[in-house]
Design a protein around this ligand. Structure first.
Ligand code: F6P
Length: 516
């Protein structure tokens, strides 16, 4: 039977520490300990993180590390890198990390070593294709059609690496089944200059299939005749792509979860944007983080420390949400990307055996880039009644040369973290800032393919760690199925008006939205 975190000795100890620290105050903690900033900071590949403005201390961290030991985090990490079928409800291994493992790497578990040559064959083929398309100046527009993990990662990374993108190609991302989205993109396109990438792990997702059909129809109706030259499929289901009429395909494997797939053929838009070398640099950054996570002692292991902090906040301090504010506009899709990564992975209510959990799991993750957020939701972070831990992401070196902007941006990021913590006690009532509000502060020296890869891989592993403590399967997503089934039932009813067997509210809405 799997270990239940709430039944471990460390859990009880943490409950005791939580009770003992009810009045914990960051300002006093800094005053009492000159070494606090250093002790609660961490270097990891391409990243520096200051965790010292969080509501914990050395004793709590020790107890959290004990919790990791009690919950078998090291053994679970070994199972991840050992290629074991840790996605138990689907009987699959979880090896997205292998997609960024260098060719010929030694010391891999047999299950991983067996797959590595195919990983590199596919990667080489995909990158050769990317370079060919990059050199083809007749292709001016690339339209990625995919949703969830087949959209958010490539979209986030293409935006994030905009400074590394060769000019001459425009990238469009169509995910929603809402036809306004595809129609809006198609409006500006010419078939002979457009490449469609149909990105779907399963090649069955309703939204993607509808958009792919419409794109193909548009292409043919606009006079296009070369499907092989203008459509490519990125999928584990190559037969379905062929049946759909696409012969240019790049495959991947069932041991890559959709939300962990930007490193696979799903990353083709990224490779088209930043080139083969840029894509390899992204993989290298992620691999460096994999190695850090795999080998660093738990006490100095960034994803472990963060995952444990997440558990402390969720289960002991009762914080149900976390905000992420990247202070870099190129990182503006990072919150949406991380939302899927964390909430689809850890939004679970049963343990590995399917038994109801006794503890809370995934927090709500949300956020917007700074400084924009400061003029919108930060009011609530400073003076609202709920405490929401905030994560800043700052990049030291800008990629532009506009005078003064970057110092203003960074000053704002640091000031917000400072304000959240120190507060302002001398003014009462409406002008009172309680302070003692927690934040973490991530620093990237520069926004490069490597640092982006490392940052995202760090988050993947962090989500793994909290999921490992909670004893859940972070790699399935059964919760998305019910709505899909019901939508299938309702679609024909929208035309027929048949409300038989429906509850009164659903019937009413169907009547309101009935299509003539
Ligand atoms: O419905 C959820 C989901 O399965 C995600 O996990 C996934 O990233 C997305 O749909 C898209 O799936 P696919 O790549 O198979 O089209």
């Amino acid at each position: 039977m799997p270990v239940r975190c709430e039944q471990t000795p460390a859990w009880a100890r943490l409950q005791g520490l939580q009770a003992a620290r009810r009045g914990f105050d960051l300002r006093q903690a800094f005053a009492a300990d000159a070494g606090r900033a250093a002790a609660l900071s961490q270097e990891a590949p391409y990243l520096f993180v200051d965790l010292s403005k969080n509501l914990l201390d050395a004793e709590v961290e020790q107890a959290l590390l004990q919790l990791a030991a009690d919950c078998g985090v090291e053994a679970k990490r070994a199972a991840l890198f050992g290629g074991e079928s840790i996605n138990s409800t689907e009987g699959r291994a979880v090896m997205h990390w292998l997609l960024r493992t260098p060719a010929g790497a030694k010391g891999l578990a047999p299950a991983a070593a067996a797959e590595l040559p195919a990983v590199h064959d596919t990667l080489d083929a995909m990158l050769a294709y990317a370079e060919k398309v990059r050199a083809d100046h007749t292709i001016t527009d690339v339209v990625n059609i995919g949703i969830g993990g087949s959209d958010l990662g490539p979209q986030m990374a293409v935006l994030a690496l905009a400074e590394h993108v060769a000019p001459g190609k425009h990238f469009h991302f169509v995910s929603n089944v809402d036809g306004h989205e595809l129609a809006g993109v198609l409006k500006g396109l010419a078939p002979e200059h457009t490449l469609f990438l149909i990105a779907s792990k399963t090649f069955t997702t309703a939204e993607t299939m509808a958009n792919a059909q419409s794109a193909k129809r548009w292409y043919e109706q606009s006079g296009g005749t070369d499907i092989a030259g203008h459509f490519a499929a990125l999928t584990t289901n190559v037969e379905a792509a062929r049946a759909f009429g696409i012969d240019t395909t790049f495959g991947f494997w069932d041991w890559v979860g959709g939300r962990y797939s930007m490193w696979s053929a799903i990353g083709l838009p990224i490779a088209l944007a930043v080139g083969a070398e840029g894509f390899r640099r992204l993989l290298a950054g992620a691999h460096a983080m994999d190695e850090h996570f795999r080998t660093a002692p738990l006490a100095n292991n960034l994803p472990v420390r963060l995952g444990l902090l997440d558990v402390w906040y969720r289960n002991f301090l009762g914080f149900t949400s976390r905000c992420i504010a990247p202070y870099h506009s190129a990182l503006r899709r990072v919150p949406a990307y991380l939302q899927q990564l964390e909430m689809e992975s850890n939004g679970k209510q049963v343990d590995l055996d399917g038994r109801p959990l006794a503890v809370g799991t995934s927090p709500v993750l949300w956020g917007e880039p700074g400084t924009n957020g400061q003029h919108a939701y930060f009011q609530m972070l400073h003076q609202g009644t709920d405490v929401v831990p905030l994560e800043f992401v700052a990049v030291r070196r800008p990629a532009h040369s506009l005078e003064g902007h970057h110092a203003k941006l960074l000053a704002n990021a640091i000031a917000q973290a400072q304000a959240l913590m120190v507060g302002k006690a001398d003014a009462g009532g409406h002008r009172h800032f309680p302070g003692n509000r927690p934040s973490s502060f991530f620093v990237l020296e520069e926004l490069t393919p490597e640092s982006l890869g490392a940052f995202i891989a760090m988050y993947e592993h962090r989500v793994f760690v909290s999921g490992a403590i909670w004893g859940i399967n972070s790699f399935d997503q059964w919760g998305v199925e019910l709505g899909k089934v019901l939508a299938k039932d309702l679609e024909p009813r929208l035309a027929s008006g048949d409300v038989q067997g429906l509850d009164a509210s659903t019937a009413q809405l169907l009547g309101r939205l009935k299509q003539d």
